[in-house]
Write a protein that binds this ligand. Sequence first.
Ligand SMILES: [Zn+2]
Length: 269
Amino acid sequence: MNLLQIYLLVLTVILGLCVGSFLNVVIYRLPNDMKLWFPPSHCPTCNHKIKWYDNIPVISYIVLRGKCRVCGEKISARYPLVELLNMVLWLICLTVFTDIFIKSNTNDYVMFVVSCLACSCLICVLFCDLENMIIPDELQITLLCLGLASTFSDFVSTQSQVIGFFAGGGFFLLVYVISYAIKKKECLGFGDVKLFAVLGLLLGLGNIILVTLLASVFGAIILLILNKSKKEGANKEYPFAVFIVPAAIITLFVGQYIIAWYQSLFAFV
Ligand SMILES: [Zn+2]
């Protein structure tokens, strides 16, 4: 590892944690229509403004033992979790799209930056949908811009991305319209339709099909477990993005290998 690579690694870890800290603000404020930059971070219980030394990612949570310094109210474990998750995903992006850890000829810095930001955005999508059953349009527009930026990388062909946008969005729009016509209520959130369109643009046609399959499999398994353990929850609405986000992130990192493996199954037929 040369000096530049060490610098890149340290920068990824520190920035990953700091951006993760900002994501917590986004997850809390965006669905509640609050401004992102004002007021400064404060305890939601006692309104005390959080000092910079109590706002250091992960470390402050450990030092404060997960409690507000002034009123002692518990701080959600989601805060350090999101910070660590963002850092880990950024490190995986660094591994996949540059040759810093694994020697390869792929140094796609455009896709490295795009995928880091896309992962951060998807973390927000997951927690906003989980906690508020809503995917804010600001996040969808950010993903759309990242999809457009990724056309400058060699990740997938631009043609595949454009088809992915219309195929991903179109297929779920059809599912949305048909299910609405039959059941006379929303069975699939319109936010999910938009999410599939922007993910189709980011990942391309082959990958968005894989995301659809993986998300459906994850959803089926989790709902089966939930329905077995709790009978009355059978008719409850579930945030679909909770399954789409892991499926999209897995596909972003290893989708091409899964698709190649799947195609190889038919090589002997
Ligand atoms: Zn407090």
